[in-house]
Design a protein around this ligand. Structure first.
Ligand SMILES: [Zn+2]
Ligand SMILES: [Zn+2]
Ligand SMILES: [Zn+2]
Length: 761
């Protein structure tokens, strides 16, 4: 504490601020703070954050110290302020000193930040020199992570290196009182990047004002690829149902919901219900895609087929903001990619990859260094539940439970891969890399790991990875030399992630439900109840195993999984399945039943995700899935929220104990035969799954005496399930731990791996 003193007594304090405080306008903020209070002293960056000294009347100094946290710039994240009182030196000025030795930088790299109010105002002002300039930014906003090529963060180590500042920009950049002081991407129409319109083959289309031209093209129904912060989007007018359908057709076989971008929050409110928490997320500087409950049907169904939710974001770059107006208020802004490939972010790749999809390209000459997808999130019970943690969130670190002397690399899983590099007590979980079955995603993984090691000056000595021998990430880890290698079971990693995020040692009852993960017993796991600590686990229970004909084929075609469940429930009498899997031709069905009967090319799985697939198939999902979890997502959308009944199931004794779903599958089949409404069946099934979680937790409590339950795995992205599960667990007096910073899907695995590996050392 500053000693109790007379209000006007002059004191001097020396303080260090840690967190995301570089590249976010922190020094000019401190400067203004000091000058406005008549304080003298200095502020500068060093390798570990911002260092400052304030000198002046006691009360003013205390107020300024407090304001460091409460009034920090929107993009800053103050983690800690440490200060001591020092001897007053006297003087007249407050100075922004040159940065101390920045050779080894430990400060955090900022994520990309949505355009701020001040820049929006200037951009709209016809008298401003950046009027309608699509690359306007300042210390509080603009691209960061996507343009940073190295550290320390300054202009030569960004993709702005090729743009020499004009005298006006240089003056702003050099003036401590200016809101662009040391804003590395500072630019203007004279010296900065420019937009350009290009045709379907990437050929230049000369025009006076490419942005206005693109607005007209969109209004007329064209598909335009727009270069954003982390990659290209495909855009079209979301009110034009023909355009939306054309885009869907051109992107081929896609049912995945399209993300939308609206001019402002009022527009989003016309189409969706928005709570206070959702509003806050939508407007936050990370500007994620937020999933909202749809209201009305003013927008075309093809935007999000069979879905009660719409994913909306607001314009986050000035270029996006300029696309609206002139009758355009909602745009489809979906990933600029073809089918399952990662989004295009290099111009030449985009022209090639999006040929046949884009009628035009709205591009520019500021290169994107990192491909970063939009983050996707939603609100559950008043808190944030991430689905994809990427642009705007990364590379903000996720805390580790404690400071570790060794740095670790977590290689992640196969689908929705992220990797993670740790240093001290921080884990730098990467942006969404994608599915590591794709060469472009593999390249992004390999380059990304190297980039993170450099950015955070962390050379891992411990490498944690999945046990699945066929995963690319596993093979990558196995090839590394001179490091300790720690394989981590997939579902243990899920639960370890929850434990790590809460700084909780365990033990805990871990319920890890997903599609599939490698089981050390040679079967596929996915409906697991674990006794878990950060460093170890024991399998207490699991779903009854189901035979899956054709292995992965049963993931792509859920009806194959359904036949596994049906034959286990009803046996192999022919004709049993005619009425309950009507969409599948008799011949194909019989062939799969024969495979199951002979146990030919059959994989045994305790997956929870496949059970959802099975019920979705029985309720009419007859096609193949073209995005992960599609059948389950559509099943969830159907559930009638008013239905309270559930189906029977049993939890059998044994080590591990087993959740036997056969009575539930039989009851679903019975309801279908009886002509029960499908929305009711879906709801009853969700109620059943919730009761399965609760019953399994109860059984685990009998065995272990524990009352804390951690939930993870892609299945728990299903908020209908969560909504029905949590009250059951709470009523039974369980403490429930959910993810805090990461998604429940495999995006959390890399972090869970390092948490487990570091704890086991
Ligand atoms: Zn700004
Ligand atoms: Zn300029
Ligand atoms: Zn998983």
């Amino acid at each position: 504490m500053v000693k109790q003193a007379v209000d006007s007594e002059v004191i001097r304090v020396s303080a260090r601020v840690r967190g995301v405080v570089q590249g976010v306008g922190f020094r000019p903020f401190v400067y203004r703070l000091a000058v406005s209070r008549g304080l003298i002293g200095f502020v500068h960056n060093d390798g570990r954050g911002v260092v400052l000294e304030f000198e002046g009347p006691h009360d003013s100094v205390v107020a300024a110290l407090k304001a460091l946290e409460t009034e920090a710039p929107p993009a800053a994240r103050v983690e800690a302020i440490e200060w001591v009182e020092v001897t007053a030196t006297g003087g007249r000025t407050f100075e922004i000193a040159d940065s101390a030795d920045e050779a080894r930088v430990e400060t955090l790299v900022s994520p990309d930040i949505a355009i701020c109010e001040d820049c929006l105002r200037e951009m709209a002002d016809p008298g401003d020199r950046r009027h309608r300039y699509p690359f306007i930014n300042c210390t509080n906003c603009g691209p960061r992570f996507t343009i940073i090529t190295g550290v320390p963060y300054d202009r030569p180590r960004t993709t702005m290196a090729g743009f020499a500042m004009c005298p006006d920009c240089a003056a702003e950049y050099g003036d401590p009182a200016d809101r662009r002081f040391h804003a590395q991407p500072v630019a203007c129409p004279v010296c900065g990047p420019r937009v350009e319109l290009r045709g379907p083959g990437g050929e230049s289309v000369p025009c006076e004002d490419p942005v206005s031209e693109v607005r007209l093209l969109l209004k007329a129904g064209s598909m335009v690829a727009v270069k954003g912060l982390g990659g290209y989007h495909m855009a079209c007018d979301a009110r034009n149902s023909n355009a939306v359908q054309v885009l869907r057709d051109r992107k081929t076989r896609e049912d995945k919901p399209f993300a939308l971008m609206a001019a402002d929050i009022e527009t989003v409110e016309r189409f969706c219900e928005i709570s206070g928490e959702e509003r806050e997320l939508l407007l936050s500087p990370k500007r994620p895609i937020v999933l909202f409950r749809k209201k009305g049907d003013e927008l075309p169904e093809a935007i999000a087929p069979n879905n009660r939710y719409l994913g909306f974001m607001l314009p986050y770059s000035p270029l996006h903001r300029l696309l609206f107006g002139g009758g355009l208020d909602v745009l489809v802004m979906t990933s600029g990619n073809r089918a399952d490939e990662p989004i295009a972010y290099w111009d030449e790749d985009a022209y090639e990859q999006l040929a046949g999809i884009a009628d035009y390209f709205l591009t520019h000459d500021r290169p994107i260094y990192r491909r970063v997808d939009d983050s996707v999130t939603r609100v559950f019970r008043g808190g944030e539940m991430l689905i994809r943690r990427s642009r705007g969130c990364v590379p903000t670190p996720v805390p580790l439970p404690k400071e570790y002397g060794e740095n670790a690399l977590g290689c992640g899983a196969e689908v929705k891969n992220t990797f993670c590099v740790t240093k001290g007590d921080r884990a730098f979980v990467s942006h969404h890399i994608g599915d590591l079955i794709n060469p472009a995603a593999v390249a992004a993984f390999e380059e990304g790991v190297e980039h993170f090691k450099e950015l955070f000056d962390a050379e891992p000595t411990v490498v944690a990875y999945d046990m699945h021998p066929d995963y690319f990430a596993t093979q990558y880890a196995e090839k590394l030399t001179g490091v300790s290698k720690v394989p981590v079971q997939h579902h243990h990693a899920h639960i370890a992630a929850v434990l790590g995020e809460h700084g909780f040692e365990g033990p805990v009852i871990g319920v890890a439900w997903d599609g599939a993960g490698y089981g050390p017993d040679g079967t596929v796991w996915g409906g697991e109840i674990l006794l878990a600590e950060r460093s170890s686990y024991e399998r207490l229970g699991r779903f009854r195993r189901v035979p899956l004909a054709g292995g992965d084929a049963a993931v792509r075609e859920p009806w194959r999984a359904a036949l596994g469940y049906l034959t286990e429930t009803f046996g192999f009498q022919s004709g049993t399945f005619d009425s309950i899997l009507p969409g599948i031709s008799g011949e194909i069905r019989e062939a799969v039943v024969a495979m199951l009967d002979k146990r030919f090319n059959v994989v045994e799985s305790s997956s929870a995700g496949r059970l959802f697939d099975c019920v979705a198939s029985l309720l009419g999902f007859s096609g193949g899935v073209n995005y992960e979890g599609q059948a389950a997502v559509e099943l969830e959308q159907r559930a009638d929220p008013r239905e309270t009944r559930h189906y029977p199931f049993t939890v059998t004794d044994g080590e591990p104990f087993e959740i036997d779903w056969r009575p539930a599958v039989a009851a679903v089949a019975e309801d279908i035969r009886a002509g029960t409404d499908r929305t009711v069946i879906s709801a009853r099934f969700h109620n059943t799954a919730a009761r399965m979680v609760a019953a399994a937790a109860e059984r685990a409590r009998e065995i272990t005496g524990l009352s804390s339950v951690a939930l993870s795995g892609g299945v728990f992205q299903n908020i209908t399930l969560l909504d029905r599960t949590l009250p059951l667990l709470e009523r039974a007096r369980f403490d429930v731990l959910l993810h805090k910073y990461l998604p429940p899907n495999d995006g959390c695995i890399s972090y869970g791996q390092v948490v487990a590996a570091l704890a086991s050392l």
